[in-house]
Design a protein around this ligand. Structure first.
Ligand code: GLP
Length: 242
């Protein structure tokens, strides 16, 4: 793991955007693995700025998002499809047909999940995977104790995750109980990974992620077993590192 600590979230996000821009410059049809949540928003804003300035061209880029809530279709403003359109895709020259978010509303979730992994394989695998991290160390929606070998699958969200995400919904009862997520193995197959974490609230889990031993109780700690991982932090998220 290569850990970089930046003074501010903006600086870390600009550096993250630079990694993506360089990947696209080297391979115009780069396959990006993308994440939702508040963490990557500033990086997406920077990519939008760079795209408008002619510094990055999404024309041939393909993308696969990590996860989606079960039961929310793309018109729901808390669905991750809506989030991606709103925070990135609608503002850059990406071909929407080349953007993929797992389907949370199909008739056969298991078949849809399997098909998602097959599509990623057919695209040649993920070149750069962007990750945030949940307070309990989840990546995507891979909650603690998710098997290391997991591929895209359906998960029951933990109470702590639903609690953390309820701020986006009218009440806790409106937070979906299940989600579809790329598995740990799906993520580990990416050629390179960038995980970002900002703010004091992430300091404890970042310490476990990078200084603890890799264990399925802290899904993000398993990234220690991947050979090309960048961890970009602001001062606050890095404040508990020894
Ligand atoms: C959600 C998403 C994760 C994300 C996490 C952290 O549960 N499924 O992909 O990393 O939240 O969110 P935030 O970046 O808002 O802290």
């Amino acid at each position: 793991m290569n850990i970089r600590i930046f003074d501010t979230m903006q600086q870390a996000s600009a550096a993250g955007a630079e990694i993506i821009a360089q990947a696209i410059a080297a391979k115009p049809n780069t396959v990006l693995g993308l994440a939702t949540g508040s963490t990557p928003v500033a990086m997406y804003k920077e990519l939008i700025r760079m795209n408008k300035a002619g510094e990055v061209d999404f024309a041939k880029v393909r993308s696969y998002n990590l996860d989606e809530y079960i039961g929310l279709d793309g018109t729901h403003d808390q669905s991750y499809r809506y989030f991606m359109d709103d925070n990135l895709f609608n503002h850059v020259n990406i071909d929407k047909a080349n953007t993929h978010v797992p389907c949370g509303t199909g008739a056969d979730h298991a078949a849809d999940a399997k098909h998602y992994d097959e599509m990623i394989d057919a695209a040649g695998g993920i070149d750069v995977q962007v990750l945030g991290i949940g307070n309990n160390g989840h990546i995507g929606f891979n909650e603690p104790l998710t098997p290391f070998t997991s591929m895209t699958h359906i998960v029951k969200l933990t109470d702590s995750t639903r609690e953390a995400n309820k701020r986006f919904f009218a009440s806790i009862d409106d937070v979906p109980t299940h989600a579809v997520t790329m598995g740990i193995h799906t993520v580990m197959q990416a050629r390179s990974i960038i995980l970002m974490a900002f703010g004091e609230g992430k300091a404890e889990i970042i310490k476990k992620t990078v200084e603890g031993r890799p264990e399925i109780a802290v899904p993000a700690s398993l990234l220690q077993l991947h050979e090309d991982v960048e961890i970009y932090l602001d001062e606050a998220a890095a404040s508990k590192l020894s």
